[in-house]
Design a protein around this ligand. Sequence first.
Ligand code: XIL
Length: 402
Amino acid sequence: MAETGNPEMTRRQFGRAALALGTAAALPGWLRAQQNAAPAASVSVSGPDSLRAHAAARGLLYGTAVNPALLDVDGVAAGNASDGYTLLIKEQAGIVVAEGAMKWAALRPGPSIFDFTMADKLMRFAGLAGQRVRGHNLCWHEALPSWFKSTVNESNARTHLTQHIQAVAGRYRGQIHSWDVVNEAINPGDGRPDGLRKTPWLELIGPDYIELAFRTAADADPHARLTYNDYGIELDTPEQTRKRELVLQLLRRFKDNRVPIHAVGVQSHIQADGPQPGAGLQRFIHEAARMGLEVYVTEMDVNTRSVAGGPEAQDAAVAQVYRDYLSIVLAEPNVPIALTWGITDAHSWLNEINEPWAKRQDGSLQRPLPFNDDLKPTPAFLALRAALDSAPPRRKRRSGRE
Ligand code: XIL
């Protein structure tokens, strides 16, 4: 990992150094406890021991991204589901989000056709499991349907965007915890002073497409908490510090123009072997609080592409990131929910996507999530659960948007 210039040894550095030296007796209590704990795979994760229950005990919600195609919803309805993935999500998650099923490409097979099959399936599952649902997402530059390019132009783009949002957010009105209204709209690398990413939406509608999306979503579902979601805003590197500043600038413009917004989603795709989040993210969360905004951990996972060693080394590194990261963000009272991007390594996008930044050199699977590909809890599960336990208890929201 890129070590910082900080003269103080971080927990991570200390842990690694101590482990390398084999000086168990000299380890601090928190690390000794971790080492002496029962192997993660054999701990109880059911009922009161689940992530869902531990989060609820603190007034928090833990959740995960889900592929609804894999869920046995009829089995859940009949009370005889036996599929491991289905049962795991039912038991562990208090909130779910569609990994792909609510994106444009999934919902829009044609310019005037909507296919809600998979999105509805997830809603039904969540209803049966007593879970909240995040909507992801209403406007993004990726996952656009194949007809988009030849059909959407400068004269009809506003109509396409608003009609889509009215139809989708309107269909689930009153049932969604929060909508990612606009996803990933800031990209400093595109060189604009306002930091906006050069997306088809920006090119066809202009910079006010973002505001248009939020106002349309507020009308379509006045109960959902409207969220701006982005990645690469977690670290104290110069690039991410700059991007965070541009996101804050966008949020300030929202506030000045009275654009309806309630939360910022920090995706939280973290590299195990890179710089770790710290003071900059804390300041960002405080700044959001001053603007009256909540902050959601929306897509956490830990990329172990360049962690040397076998499964144990990967697991230790991943668990440490969950522990450190969540102890920073969950300490903040305006952070009420945390979701991982998937729950089992068996279905992590990092093991599915064919990109160099997701591939391990030794060809082995990544282990980024709280359950391994056998659906057994990993050390990350224990770290996540411990981080939930250490979070200050939240007070229940009394009124307004839930
Ligand atoms: C990813 C899905 O996990 C993949 O299955 C898909 O191929 C590409 O999109 N940021 C986001 C998510 O907001 O929608 C992305 O999901 C991951 C990065």
